[in-house]
Design a protein around this ligand. Structure first.
Ligand code: HEC
Ligand code: HEC
Length: 256
């Protein structure tokens, strides 16, 4: 039984090497082992508990596969995180690590090259370039504390949205994240201004311009109308990209 499983693991590693894609490895016994040994400190969904930190936050999300396996195998000296390599065999550690990735909303460990972190994955690198370049996502979104503030920070977005991630970029207006809705102001000259709603008072409303740079106050008695917009401020750029670019961008978002 053990040998068979080990073989399957090897075969899939070879196949993935050939297609050089991030793998979807099986969780195997990962969930049972996690629930039995890790949950008590890290929470049933990796949300964290008194004795252990969350495994779904930005820091844990950004651990490379190598570092993730390393911390489970060898623990962290001087903390409650002990080494597990003497309690489990390699395959079991692998299954547990895969399950941690699943809790993070990722497909699994990227087997293509165990020695490299996710940021070296060519898909992720290409996706990051798109995000900061041609697709201009960075003008509104930050990650690692860099970027715009019209949209939410995308650190940990994959675990936050899970399988809804692609939908959120494909059809931004389908469900608008609370706190990030837009308002449309019709000025006295009949022109319209759209921006992120920031503050409201009896007399005025404050709107952050679409490029994020200016926060403008509009006095209610000096404009024709102020309406909630049903459209997201987020342009439908993703839908206009080619399939290869979409895949790259998704790979990058999943690495956050
Ligand atoms: C007794 C409590 C405890 C148990 C049980 C435990 N951990 Fe931890 N774990 C911790 C603590 C505390 C840390 C934070 C260590 C530090 O400060 O760097 C940690 C850190 C980690 C990290 C690194 C997270 C990061 O963001 O750097 C991973 C991954 C992890 N644990 C996975 C596991 C897995 C998988 C298991 C089960 C095999 C497990 N832990 C069992 C307490 C525990
Ligand atoms: C003009 C500003 C703007 C640009 C450019 C932009 N976004 Fe957004 N984005 C937003 C706003 C505002 C929201 C929140 C409202 C909503 O849910 O639609 C959002 C929401 C999201 C979400 C959902 C986040 C969550 O936690 O629910 C994702 C993912 C996302 N954007 C990815 C992207 C990607 C990828 C790009 C580049 C292709 C991009 N955005 C370009 C403004 C923008």
């Amino acid at each position: 039984m053990k040998t068979t499983k080990f073989l399957i693991c090897h075969l899939s590693a070879v196949a993935i090497g050939l297609f050089s894609l991030a793998s979807v490895a099986g969780v195997g016994e990962g969930k049972e082992l996690y629930d039995a040994y890790c949950q008590i400190c890290h929470g049933g969904l990796g949300e964290g508990q008194t004795m252990g930190k969350p495994l779904t936050d930005g820091v844990a999300n950004r651990l490379s596969d190598e570092d993730l396996l390393d911390v489970i195998n060898n623990g962290r000296t001087g903390t409650g995180m002990t080494a597990w390599s003497s309690s489990f065999n390699e395959e079991e550690i692998f299954d547990i690590a895969t399950y941690v990735r699943v809790l993070q909303g990722k497909p699994g460990l990227a087997l293509a090259d165990d020695q490299r972190g996710p940021s070296d994955d060519p898909m992720v690198v290409a996706g990051e370039a798109l995000f900061n370049g041609q697709a201009a996502c960075v003008s509104c979104h930050s990650y690692n504390d860099q970027g715009g503030s019209v949209g939410p920070s995308l650190d940990g977005v994959a675990s936050r949205l899970g399988s809804n991630l692609e939908q959120a970029v494909l059809n931004p207006s389908d469900s608008i994240l609370s706190g990030y809705a837009a308002k449309v102001v019709e000025q006295e000259d009949g022109s319209f201004v759209t921006g992120r709603f920031r503050n409201d008072s009896e007399l005025a409303v404050q709107i952050q311009s679409e490029d994020g740079r200016r926060w403008v106050t509009y006095f209610k008695d000096r404009v024709k109308s102020i309406e909630d917009s049903s459209e997201s401020l987020m342009p439908e750029t993703y839908a206009t990209l080619g399939a290869a670019e979409q895949e790259q961008l998704m790979a990058f978002l999943r690495s956050l």
